[in-house]
Design a binder for this molecule. Structure first.
Ligand code: UDP
Length: 323
């Protein structure tokens, strides 16, 4: 198939592009490079610079290429930042996304795979989080993604847009070529690995008084390749659907740091800080639905193997993509 990957220069998008190409698909990447990196775009893909906020730019690409499907990764995705600048999240994650959907419909493209998030749930009533649980986000990031999920439901009902919305838990790890490089790094695993590389003095632990066994937040870390495989499976579906995507395992912040110490064999000093606003204490996925319906199966169920892949990439590219 020919796939237009919007946001294909970012962390998750770049690795999905690599896997699509490996599987024989043709890929066009559309990205404004505010978060992404030109060097993160696989050289086998066609790259087109442009911004979803300017509707005509994405319309032109869709008219000219008429892809079989669109994968949409372009978004802002930081819980903390969204608590300080909600406008950015609603504009970029909702309004710009609607430009993309409208341009698709105009060009006659009706197949869509969306990067959603477990942050749409907020603190869940039970664990693991399956698709039947109510969604009550507690930060504008999660709210913006939930709003877009609702737009998708209506566009399916009214315009016949066929979508799959994949609600990622915590994406982590790397391939040999591509990995995680955010210009401002707020994520746990890359920050811990920067300490291991000697680029930072210590890791900050945000909150040690949560109601979890060791007092720190628990997340479900999923390897980026397992996430990417789910996108490829989503291309083969007929019905619109929402799927939660994690490994079903939970690791606390302290456990992640301990695993990183084991993998890197480096000392990793920590400093305990207050809670970060907007963080739910515990997020663990049930991925039973995507396993049952699409036959998805994670290949990395062990956090050590996920961290090892990230550590290899960070050692190989200590300055990330260097831009
Ligand atoms: N976290 C932390 N120190 C850091 C970065 C993150 O203690 O330097 C915590 C954060 O508060 C959350 C967990 O690690 O509980 C995962 O955060 P991350 O930003 O990686 O992903 P999120 O779950 O926010 O998408």
């Amino acid at each position: 198939m020919q796939i237009l990957v919007v946001g294909g220069a970012g962390y998750i998008g770049s690795i999905c592009v690599e896997l699509l190409l490996d599987e024989g698909h043709e890929v066009i990447v559309f990205d404004n490079l505010t978060e992404g990196h030109r060097r993160a775009v696989d050289e086998r893909a066609v790259f087109i610079g442009g911004d979803l906020a300017r509707r005509e730019e994405i319309s032109r690409v869709l008219y000219e290429t008429k892809p079989d499907a669109v994968m949409h990764f372009a978004a802002n995705a930081l819980v903390g930042e969204s608590m300080q600048n909600p406008s950015k999240y609603f504009r970029n994650n909702v309004c710009a996304g609607i430009n993309l959907l409208d341009a698709m419909l105009e060009a006659g493209v009706h197949r869509f795979v969306f990067s959603s998030t477990c942050a749409t749930f907020g603190p869940p009533a039970r664990i693991p989080i399956d698709e039947t649980l109510p969604q009550h986000p507690i930060n504008p990031y999660g709210e913006s993604k939930l709003m877009f999920e609702n737009v998708l439901r209506w566009y399916d009902m009214i315009h016949g847009l066929q979508f799959v919305s994949l609600r990622y838990f915590n994406a982590a790890g790397a391939t040999e070529k591509f990995g995680e490089d955010h210009r401002t790094e707020t994520h746990l695993i890359p920050n811990v690995l920067k300490v291991a590389l000697g680029q930072k003095q210590h890791v900050e632990i945000y909150g040690t008084d949560y109601e979890t066994p060791d007092g720190t937040c628990i997340r479900d870390y999923i390897h980026i390749l397992d996430l990417s495989r789910a996108h490829i499976l989503a291309l083969g579906t007929k019905e619109s659907a929402f799927y939660n995507l994690g490994t079903g395992g939970g690791s606390s912040v302290r456990e992640v740091i301990e695993v990183c110490r084991g993998v890197t064999e480096r000392e990793i000093p920590v400093i305990e800080k207050p809670r970060r606003p907007g963080d739910p204490p515990r997020l663990i996925a049930s991925s039973a639905k995507i396993k049952r319906e699409l036959g998805w199966k994670p290949q990395f169920e062990d956090l050590g193997a996920i961290v090892e892949s990230a550590w290899r990439w960070h050692q190989k590219f200590p300055n990330g993509y260097g831009d």
